[in-house]
Design a protein around this ligand. Sequence first.
Ligand code: 5AD
Length: 352
Amino acid sequence: MRKLIDRLEQNHSLEKEEWIALISSESEKEYLFARARIASRKYYGNHVYARGLIEFTNYCRNNCYYCGIRHDNRNAARYRLSEEEILQCCENGYRIGFRTFVLQGGEDVYYTDERMVRLITKIKSLYPDCALTLSIGERPKESYKKFHDSGADRYLLRHETAVDPHYRMLHPEELTLRSRMDCLWNLKEAGFQVGCGFMAGSPGQTAECLAEDMLFITKFKPQMVGVGPFIPHHDTPFAGKTAGTLGQTLYMIGLLRLLKPDLLIPATTALGTICENGRELGILAGANVIMPNLSPKENRKKYELYDNKLCAGDEAAESFQHLKSRLDKIGYRFAEGRGDPAEGLGGMKCTT
Ligand code: 5AD
């Protein structure tokens, strides 16, 4: 396995069968993580990027089988932040030091293109030194263009799985892998820095599925890839399914770091949910982004994608201090500024 890991590190690609072998084995974990830390250090030093997450609506028209805010979950308490509330989150975040805001929500029909454009324009005019990331699902190509034209910089849309029959197991028939992939390519074409991603251990996932995820990422060349463990939510069709593991999630993070050393890889909230120090372990496996929650305290619990989702009750600023000291303990620190990808700089960007 070491040979395969070394080959991945050198060539930044593997054949499908090699991916399957490497993904099924997980035998050289510590070696993989050590190489991944070195790769990440080359581009990013000991820096971790902070992104302020604003979960601005949990209304969703979709019915993904895994997700707690799916349309048919009658028990979900729905909320939608107003423009003023969203701007207040940005204000608080800016004061704490965040220079990227991530507007994440369900596919909420209230947030039309016009409303989104208004919001984007407002935020970018108030915070011209900040990057704005959107994560609001599938929209027509023209909408993506409008969002980018109004100043949004980045877009997160997980592909969830690169294998059609697996996509069919996770979603009802009106959602297709074809349409998801089209959206991702359209986002690129519109000029966004794009993030895709998948859950580790989602029901029906095999090593072959994960190999296809890696091959898709090799071809698509996203700026960010989000991977978190699947965690069942009690009010979904997947309530009784087994959760993904910490081990497999970390292993995939390590592989991603070697596949694309300049990649932005978040240590996700889901990782912090299945394990108390999951996010630290994510950083030590090669991740370099953390996305603390800037949403108002009273809404956080309602954005329940999965059971027991981490939503520290303390004020955002207080949590941020806490997070800083946790990073400090493992030898990392938050970078200042927007935290754009180190792409194309041949590992010369970070000199610390
Ligand atoms: N467990 C883990 N991750 C989930 N997501 C949605 N539901 C779950 C769950 N039950 C992830 C999906 C989605 C992102 C917003 O959250 O990958 O794209």
